[in-house]
Design a protein around this ligand. Sequence first.
Ligand code: NCD
Length: 352
Amino acid sequence: MRHLIDFGDLTRAEWDSLYQRCSEIMDHPADFMDACRGRVMASLFYEPSTRTNFSFQTAMLRVGGTVFGFADPKSTSTAKGETLKDTIKMVSGYADVVVMRNPKEGAAKAASLYSDVPVINAGDGGHMHPTQTTADLTTITRLRGKVDGLSVGLCGDLKNGRTVHSLIKALAKFEGIKFFLIAPRELAVPEYMRAFMRENDMWFTEVTGLEAVIPQLDVLYMTRIQRERFVDPLEYERNRGIYILTRRKLDRAKKDLLVMHPLPRVDEIAIDVDDDPRAVYFDQARYGMFARMALLTDLANQERYRPEPVAIGTKPVCSNPNCITQTELYLPPLVKQNGGVDCCAYCDKELR
Ligand code: NCD
């Protein structure tokens, strides 16, 4: 693995070995205290974050490395008009690994074209969030012993929720997963995710009601309605508070259900659920730190490498207004196939 941009880039064997490392770290953390000694992580957060930023920082410190970076781009040269390319070229000269969160979809992919060191996508707009998925899979594997064969309910804003998109990509690598996609119609998964599930012969059903499907689930993954992604505030108002998981609704759920949430929670899980033994979202946040420790012991210890020069673009070919190619116009127009359809290689949007 060179970069972690999309969970789909990882093979099942690569995930299994990362999880193996993660388990060793959880069981014997002292053995890994120096695993990244002398290594430096750049942490570039162009968008708010609590868990991802802090868990990456603590992960790097716990494996003996150090960290620099920003959590507010206004304090950097981006505010003076510096391109993403120039920022990354320079930062990758100072660091051994770059962790980046950016509001533009495809930003991490764009950064990886120019970086001399591995780039880790810590969230790119409403697109992907693969390291949250490492936390999610670690939680499920650690608490259920396996991932194969589970019925997984994904509930909330499945259109803008990047953690959901990455988790679906990851679960495609396991056998016998059933997806219950629970969302209002206007917040259903994007078409590129539907095409992905069809191409990978995944079992899924799309429903609007939570209560009717709860009894069937092994995992219920709740998500926040992603207010910051709505162009139309009325659309947000229509959908806020639409799903609220309460203790009463859990009465009909399996006794060993895992209630998960990438956090932050707004109102989609009532506070009285926190003390139910099935609520594992705070454990999930802690597992995320161990998963990131495992990831850093691999990616922060690689040799530096000069990427091949890429073509210089002139105009965006992708129509997604939130795609990184809309603002960083020099990016090469890269295309990939998804379910037999040409898609933007940065943000996955179908090209027409
Ligand atoms: C998520 C994110 O940023 O996408 N948070 C996280 O990283 N744990 C979920 C969210 O913001 O709703």
